[in-house]
Design a protein around this ligand. Structure first.
Ligand code: ADP
Ligand code: ASP
Ligand code: MG
Length: 413
């Protein structure tokens, strides 16, 4: 019998009615001939509420204790789901991440999955149970509870699908698929039927909150087709797969805007071998995740190094930089918190010219200053002042016709 993994996000299990609806969906999937594993997130805004509770007793809570606290949200959801299914006359059992041996490293609040022992789940599936697993959490080698970072239940689900040999994972959420842009911000965004792992990975890493980026890495590596769809209706959502028809013909598949960023610039560091290695080695040792890096030579002796980090890493990054600025003879450190990054992503960029200038012109027409540019083979990102971020995002979405389905867009040269 095929194994199907379904994942329900926070809004999809926010109250008793939604819990029952999710339970019915799982039962239906079982009746259709699948062995069903359901991964669930904490209900509604519960994770945010727990974080607020922690901050009330300690503004800087220890990360290990944070994970102890946050993991309780998901545990509540899965037990309620299992009760709902039992109440409907079917067999159900719930587990925490630790109980199914979802093993992670010990980076509390942003742990990475190392291995999963599928045997506990498989045994229950073979006995006819629907198995509910708490998302977002795991356990390190010492038995401490860890969490995978905000939005991490997607990763729990796809990683479980991979570990159990399931070829499909359904992600039930509050939108009916992946759109060309965040539909809450760009109202005219359109839903995509399909998207490649490479593109959604890039979009997710650049702030498209609809999927946790690590989940895409698992999907791509272990060939799990991911279907992102609404928990409120039966519509087909968006399929994430390797190959998408017309892929090369689509210049830009989607756009993102990321506001929770800080740019740190170290002006006048030594222009010598090993300087960047030293800076980023220290940041890595302090577990700071660095997004984009720009280094430029300003004279034969000196260079400027800029990088962006998420706001949550800003304090740690600043402390690290203060520790080592003497070693690299940095003249001044400049920190900008009021910036945002607008990005466009598309595999079609590989084979077409003139993509970057469409983006730059859209911003220039609105007199929006571009404060830094970074590119990869399939994306272009511009840093802009946070006050202009929404205007810039909308202009870029319109410039690439992200309000139209692919068939209706002008064909790229
Ligand atoms: P869940 O709790 O189900 O995991 P999330 O809030 O994490 O849901 O993700 C769904 C939200 O992602 C949507 O409500 C939407 O605002 C946001 N989002 C951002 N970018 C996109 C996009 N490109 N397509 C669809 N949704 C997006
Ligand atoms: N409950 C967690 C969060 O809010 C994990 C998730 O929703 O995926 O970030
Ligand atoms: Mg999510």
């Amino acid at each position: 019998m095929p194994i199907l993994v379904q994942k329900f996000g926070g809004t999809s299990v926010a109250n008793a009615e939604k819990i029952k609806r999710a339970a019915q969906r799982a039962i239906r999937a079982q009746q259709q001939g699948n062995q069903v594993v359901v991964v669930a997130s904490a209900r509604g805004q519960q994770t945010d509420e727990l974080i607020a509770d922690a901050k009330e007793v300690n503004p800087n809570p220890p990360k290990r204790e944070m994970d102890m606290l946050l993991s309780t949200g998901e545990q509540q959801t899965v037990s309620l789901l299992a009760m709902a299914v039992e109440g409907m006359g079917h067999k159900a059992v719930s587990f925490t991440g630790a109980q199914v041996r979802m093993m992670t490293d010990d980076s509390y609040t942003r742990a990475r999955i190392k291995s999963i022992d599928g045997s506990v789940i498989k045994k229950k599936l073979n006995e006819g149970y629907i198995v509910f697993v708490a998302g977002f959490q795991g356990m390190d080698d010492e038995g401490n509870i860890t969490t995978l970072g905000r939005g991490g239940s997607d990763t729990s689900a796809v990683a479980l699908a991979a570990a159990l040999g399931a070829s499909f994972c359904e992600i039930y959420t509050d939108v009916d698929g992946i759109y060309t842009a965040d539909p809450r911000i760009f109202k005219n965004a359109v839903k995509m039927k399909q998207i490649s792992y490479d593109e959604i990975l890039e979009l997710a890493s650049l702030g498209a909150g609809v999927m946790h980026s690590r989940s895409i890495e698992f999907g791509k590596k272990y060939n799990v087709t991911i279907h992102v769809r609404s928990s409120m209706n039966e519509n087909e959502g968006t399929y994430i797969t390797h190959e998408v028809p017309q892929m090369e013909g689509i210049l830009v598949s989607g756009a993102t805007v990321q506001k929770e960023l800080t740019k740190i610039t170290m002006n006048g560091v030594d222009n010598k071998p090993g300087i960047s290695a030293r800076i980023f080695e220290h940041l890595a040792a302090d577990k700071v995740i660095v997004n984009d890096i720009i280094q430029t030579e300003i004279s034969t002796e000196k260079a400027n190094v800029s990088f962006t980090v998420s706001k949550s890493d800003m304090l740690t990054a600043r402390e690290t930089i203060e520790k080592i600025r003497g070693q690299v003879h940095c003249d001044t450190v400049f920190v900008r918190e009021d910036i945002a990054e607008v990005s466009v992503v598309g595999v079609g960029m590989r084979s077409h010219y003139g993509v970057a200038n469409i983006m730059f012109k859209a911003l220039a027409d609105l007199k929006i200053n571009i404060e830094a540019i970074t590119t990869s083979e399939i994306r272009i990102s511009c840093l802009v002042d946070i006050k202009e971020a929404m205007k810039a995002y909308e202009a870029v979405c319109n410039a690439f016709e992200l309000d139209k389905t692919v068939e209706k867009r002008k064909q790229p040269k």
